[in-house]
Design a binder for this molecule. Sequence first.
Ligand code: NAD
Ligand code: DAU
Length: 332
Amino acid sequence: MARFLVTGGAGFIGSNFVHYTVEHTGAHVTVLDKLTYAGSRASLAGLPEDRVTFVQGDVCDGELVDGLVADADAVIHYAAESHNDNSLRDPRPFLDTNVIGTYTLLEAVRRHDARYHHISTDEVYGDLELDDPARFTETTPYNPSSPYSSTKGASDLLVRAWARSFGIRATISNCSNNYGPRQHVEKFIPRQITNVLDGMRAKLYGTGENVRDWIHADDHSSAVLAVLERGRIGETYLIGADGELSNREVLRRILLSMGCDEDDFDHVTDRPGHDLRYAIDSSRLRSELGWEPAYRDFDAGLEATIAWYRENEGWWRPQKAQTEADYRRQGQ
Ligand code: NAD
Ligand code: DAU
């Protein structure tokens, strides 16, 4: 049985990967997660105890990380500070977790010759004009905009350097915007859904013309498994499902689906440096590894996500008041 060490496995995408792996493979998963404000043990509820072990700890803790990597066949590194708005308020934790945390894992991987897969983001490539026919590919130059995306870019470059200089067996994937259950209410889609459920108005940054390329978190997980199983060592794979939509359009669909008028929202202060458009060309992943997304109908995935938040108030309620208080302080 393969032994996976999944960092950040109590977060949104990491927990999705743990559920997906338990369901679709025979691997044993050890989760290493610090349980920051973004992590929740409840996101791992219902998983069989003989398949999943939970360890609370910091990816910057060299001794702890060394022991866990020594016992793993593969390390899948999701743990990160993940929210752009937080990185604009206080960048320091992003440098610690995203850069030093990755460095700490890479050194342990080097000592123990574990297979390493690095989870990254399309934001490392900066942004595109709305009318640009181009999409990001594996050779697009790095050009990150925010403290968050610059620390993710830095961590990608560390992985590339450790692969070339020390021969670690690494792959990297850069994925577009994920949606689905168990996403923190600070993020765009869950924030609007829970605002409506709470009788508050939805909040759109700036004009709402910004475009994001949406993919269901299950499809992200199936792509990561494909890279782990069949990806070429040393390669980068872009993960995306052709899901480009403007924020205004996503909000319109949420509002209509929840029985509101499509104008039931406030325009709020825009994010400084707000990236205009992300778009992924995932041809390499599809042609080399035969991967295809299972979720091709965004509206159906969105409906299921809205239903999940309706039915799981106990999961998101503890996050909501603090998140909205932080947004209010910056006029958002
Ligand atoms: P998240 O914020 O929901 O979860 C992050 C998890 O990491 C939390 O459980 C948190 O407790 C844990 N964590 C934070 N600092 C830690 C530390 N120092 N040590 C151990 N654990 C720590 O994030 P997410 O949205 O699930 O993103 C997961 C990964 O996927 C990140 O690397 C992110 O850059 C990447 N990614 C996210 C998206 C997206 O749309 N959300 C898209 C592409 C890539
Ligand atoms: O592209 C991948 C990235 O997607 C990941 O690397 C990040 O970890 C993840 O958080 C996400 O980044 P974004 O900044 O695109 O996601 P966010 O959910 O914060 O915002 C999505 C868009 O919605 C963005 O254009 C800002 C806008 N927005 C956000 C919020 C919270 C609003 O208009 N209103 C809001 O209330």
